[in-house]
Design a protein around this ligand. Structure first.
Ligand SMILES: Cc1cc2nc3c(=O)[nH]c(=O)nc-3n(C[C@H](O)[C@H](O)[C@H](O)COP(=O)(O)O)c2cc1C
Length: 357
């Protein structure tokens, strides 16, 4: 029976445990280039004992950014800047992963601490793109509908970004198909109103995300894991739902996606989401059971016993922690002590081991 601190092997990659750092935007890059902040932020979480340290949503092109201060991986300057960060993460025994993203109609906004509102062109904003020219919400710009050439360019951007992520040394890629960003916008009937072969029934709406998966899997090394983060439901009647997710994940599985990171929501501001401890874990459990793919559980998982229970009971194969890891970068080291599991501490910190008190 697997537990939180048992190793996990996917393709040629071994994760020392199943505590994964969830992708978290830091709004601290300059021209898409990660800074010292990213080295310290991601590096601390690798020191803290996580099995996988995933970057924030990292843009595949300039206009794919959520904000002007997002990280990117579309240029050489950017992938060179990721290299020392990747090296440090690996030196600590964690696996370095990158989340690749395109923000679609939710692009061109300010950092949350600056209000998070859509930016005008005077403020450094740009016109976002989307499957249909429907804004995310009142006050958001009307996005430009992607034409065939734009869709073709998009696939090429994901492929180039995947190649650059490999050049930087990342070993895991996660494609961001959740939270109302571009690929989720293609999937959901609430945001995809296209009349061509990319809109309409479920099969048509899945076309572009599956083409992106095929293209990325083709260039991403065969012995490196590929994850997809999916919003399992829009939490809105008539929207994307669990049943559509099961169909979609079966298609991902046969295309060589290894793990689905099961999140939810984000397509529209008015969804009613029943948040609470582990509120998305049952999605990871159902997707795992119905499709046979590995899953990650995420969302208000904060406690070591809770996380260990999810793994022991076979609800998920890994736990993605976001806010708990922001509060406490050494969460895995503390959790191991609490669960009575021996785990390696960085030698520099050995005198602080809780069992040595
Ligand atoms: C500061 C912050 C930034 C986030 N940025 C991203 C992101 O870049 N990509 C993503 O998929 N989710 C992002 N999320 C969502 C988290 O990865 C996670 O799914 C969510 O916070 C629920 O997990 P938690 O309860 O452990 O925080 C972000 C969350 C936070 C708190």
């Amino acid at each position: 029976m697997a537990e939180l601190f048992s190793a996990l092997e996917i393709r040629g990659t071994r994760f020392r445990n199943r505590v994964f750092v969830s992708p978290m935007c830091q709004y601290s890059a300059i021209d898409g280039v990660p800074q010292t902040w990213h080295l310290v932020h991601l590096g601390s979480r690798a020191v803290g004992g996580a099995g996988l340290v995933m970057t924030e949503a990292t843009a595949v092109s300039e206009r794919a950014r959520i904000s002007p201060s997002d990280t990117g991986v579309w240029s050489r300057v950017q992938y060179e800047a990721w290299k020392p960060i990747v090296r440090f993460i690996r030196e600590q025994g964690a696996v370095p992963g990158m989340q690749l993203a395109h923000a679609g109609r939710k692009a061109s906004t300010g950092a949350p601490w600056l209000g998070g509102h859509p930016l005008s062109q005077n403020e450094g904003g740009w016109i976002p793109v989307a499957p249909s020219s429907l804004p995310f919400a009142d006050g958001y710009p009307i996005p430009e509908e992607l034409d065939e050439a734009g869709i073709f360019a998009l696939e090429a951007e994901f492929v180039a970004a995947a190649r650059n992520a490999q050049r930087a040394g990342f070993e895991v890629l996660e494609l961001h198909f959740a939270h109302g960003y571009l690929m989720h916008e293609f999937l959901s009937p609430l945001s995809n109103k296209r009349q061509d072969c990319y809109g309409g029934d479920l099969g048509a709406r899945m076309t572009i995300p599956l083409r992106v998966v095929d293209a990325v899997r083709h260039v991403w090394p065969n012995d490196y894991p590929l994850f997809v983060r999916l919003s399992i439901t829009d939490w809105i009647p008539g929207g994307w739902d669990l049943e559509s997710s099961i169909t979609f994940v079966r298609a991902l599985h046969v295309r060589g996606v290894d793990l689905v990171d099961c999140s939810s929501g984000g397509i529209a501001p008015k969804a009613s989401i029943p948040t609470g401890p582990g509120y998305q874990t049952h999605f990871a459990e159902t997707i795992r059971r119905e499709t046979g793919i590995l899953t990650g559980a995420v969302g208000l998982i904060t406690d070591a016993i809770q996380a260990d229970h999810i793994i022991r009971t076979g609800q998920a194969d890994a736990i993605f922690l976001a806010r708990a890891e922001l509060r406490q970068p050494y969460w895995p080291l503390e959790a191991a002590c609490q669960l009575g599991v021996s785990c390696e501490w960085p030698p520099q910190y050995a005198r602080a081991r809780l069992e040595n008190r």
